[in-house]
Write a protein that binds this ligand. Structure first.
Ligand code: SF4
Length: 95
């Protein structure tokens, strides 16, 4: 292989690496934005605690977030916004 061909191959390899690096970076950025948008959209449809009549109950109560079908451990809810306490409750409690 002559010197010109070797130079051409090394330039092509540099461009290929740069292209792959930039493509991968762009893909990671798009995926991160999608995850962020999905989380925001999910939060937008949730009710506020005030709308749901959310309260934190005494430990002796049986209807608590920790027993609710909408509870997501350790402290989230699929229909009410923000962190909820496992000892919480709202009018949409479901068992
Ligand atoms: S009672 Fe259920 S629906 Fe209400 S805040 Fe707790 S987990 Fe969510």
């Amino acid at each position: 292989m002559n010197r010109g061909m070797r130079l051409l191959k090394s330039v092509a390899a540099i461009h290929r690496r740069r292209f792959l690096r930039r493509s991968f970076g762009g893909l990671v950025g798009v995926l991160a934005a999608s995850v962020r948008d999905a989380a925001k959209a999910q939060n937008d449809f949730k009710m506020t605690k005030k709308q749901a009549g959310y309260i934190v109950r005494q430990k002796s109560s049986t209807e608590i977030c920790a027993q609710c079908i909408f509870f997501i451990a350790p402290n989230d809810c699929s229909i009410v916004r923000g962190p909820v306490s496992p000892q919480g409750w709202c009018k949409y409690y479901g068992d």
